[in-house]
Design a protein around this ligand. Structure first.
Ligand code: FRU
Length: 483
């Protein structure tokens, strides 16, 4: 209890485990009007350990109810990342005579050896007959044995309507393996993707996701493949890239140049993003682990470690830069606004707009106009430990995220935490922004969510969001702050 009380960093708007360690979101599935969130979980300490699947459920993606762990390690291994689906047509045959459709969870069983041998990773299945609340592992696991690969994990399974097959995408070292099956027992390898596409470092790709998405304002359908990289993300370390292309049930074709890397987020703390399966209203909603393997085990929280990002709705748009995924807050987050404060102000060099004092968490949403040659600096937690500097120069806009060793010395826990990262985006006099600030994090969704910047920060005290104009003129127009 004492430890919990001391835990000053626990967010109020973001999902955290009740106690212990958390990493990737797993098994995201929508069943009976509820969103299930499973996650990589070690309940007995605040560092990574033998993986369980933690479990929570929510009706609005905002208020979560904690449930007992859904999967726990056994003699067949730890339970690494994976996915879940509803088996509407009982193609698995596991739900004969059941009144409600069953749910299936696919996870990597990982057996670790302490004699220096590589761990063994294979794909396994668990099923639920009560709408996703309790789970049994299949006695015949694994459903997909290891084909001789060191890294063979994180199965994402989808039903591919056109070919009437289940499709599994899974990490195979630095590539993604594609498999298909009619009955979930016999899996046939169809292709690989990625060896010479997108970003790579010396470590395996992780946590793939694959889904169809309609181009906004058209009836053209594209496919998106999401892939995590561990050490070469845009801001350094772990990050989430994506590919846009086509998928015919067997093979994914990238529509961009092989070297083009598209990022779901340009910040340091947005990893292992996954999307909910079986949502019925056509939305594609994602969530990610808000940390980075460079320092995840060392951040200064106590009883718990790691939070999820806010959930984000994804849409596919054609922007000035080409086809891109845009992220936005789901409706319940934007529609249910409490304590709304509106701000309008013209800022000249040296002026500062303080958005709110005395808050722990809130959302800032609206527009800000920047004259050419002007720059502003947003400090989401009201201190200089984390700032987004936004400069409009002759040709474009440059956003520099700067996270420093703070006066409070919050960097001492890991020297990889500080960083300075810049991104140049197309010119515009208008900055449309949504900034989600919580006790130890900030998520800036800029230009309708085409550019997202998610960052952790652990100041001893949160002051306010402030917007400081360092050169020129910035005009704040209808910027609202709410909870
Ligand atoms: C990604 C990851 C996965 C793995 C899991 C283990 O963060 O390394 O590849 O399944 O975490 O916890």
């Amino acid at each position: 209890m004492q430890q919990l009380a001391k835990d000053i960093f626990r967010p109020t708007m973001h999902f955290t485990p009740p106690f212990g360690w958390m990493n990737d979101p797993n098994g995201l599935v929508y069943i009976n009007n509820e969103y299930h969130l499973f996650y990589q979980y070690y309940p007995y300490a605040n560092k990574w350990g033998p993986m369980h699947w933690g479990h929570a459920v929510s009706a609005d993606l905002r208020n979560w109810q904690h449930l007992p762990p859904a999967l726990v390690p056994d003699e067949k291994g730890m339970c690494f990342s994976g996915s879940a689906v509803v088996d509407w047509r009982n193609t698995s045959g596991l739900f004969d005579g059941e009144t409600q459709p069953g749910a299936l969870a696919f996870y990597t069983a990982c057996i670790a050896y302490d004699d220096g041998r590589d761990s063994e990773q294979m794909q396994s299945l668990a099923y639920s007959k009560d709408g996703g609340f309790s789970w049994n592992k299949l006695t015949d696991n694994p459903i997909l044995p290891n084909p001789g690969l060191k890294d063979f994990r994180d199965p994402k399974v989808i039903w591919h309507e056109q070919s009437q097959h289940w499709v599994m995408v899974v990490t195979e070292g630095q590539e993604i393996g594609f498999y298909r099956s009619k009955d979930l027992k016999q899996w046939e390898k169809t292709s690989n993707f990625g060896l010479s596409e997108g970003k790579h470092d010396e470590m395996p790709w992780e946590c793939p996701d694959l889904f169809p998405i309609q181009l906004e304002g058209s009836d053209i359908c594209y496919w998106v493949l999401i892939v995590g990289v561990q050490r070469c993300s845009y801001a350094g370390g772990s990050g989430t890239q994506y590919f846009i292309g086509q998928f015919d049930g067997e093979r994914f074709t990238n529509h961009h140049d092989a070297e083009t890397a598209l990022w779901l987020d340009y910040g340091r703390d947005y990893y292992a993003a996954q999307t909910w399966s079986d949502m019925t209203d056509g939305r594609r909603t994602s969530i990610a682990w808000m940390s980075n393997w460079l320092y995840a085990n060392d951040v200064p929280t106590q009883a718990w470690r790691s939070a999820m990002s806010v959930p984000r709705d994804l849409k596919l748009s054609r922007t000035q830069s080409g086809l891109r995924l845009l992220s936005s807050l789901p409706k319940p987050w934007l529609n249910e606004r409490d304590n709304i404060i509106s701000h309008e102000k013209t800022l000249h060099a040296g002026d500062c707009l303080v958005i709110s004092q005395d808050y722990q968490a809130g959302i800032l949403d609206g527009k800000l106009y920047l004259h050419r040659g002007s720059s502003i600096s947003i400090s989401p937690l009201g201190n200089r430990c984390l700032t987004y500097n936004i400069e409009r120069n002759e040709k474009n806009i440059v956003i520099t995220t700067s996270r420093k060793v703070g006066a409070e010395g919050e960097d001492s826990y890991n020297n990889m935490f500080s960083h300075d990262t810049s991104l140049t985006i197309p010119d515009s006099d208008c900055l449309q922004l949504t900034l989600i600030v919580d006790r130890c994090s900030s998520e800036l969704l800029l230009q309708d969510g085409e550019y997202c910047f998610t960052e952790l920060s652990f100041p001893m005290e949160v002051k306010s969001i402030d917007i400081y104009c360092s050169t020129g003129t910035g005009i704040v127009e209808s910027l609202t702050f709410f909870k």
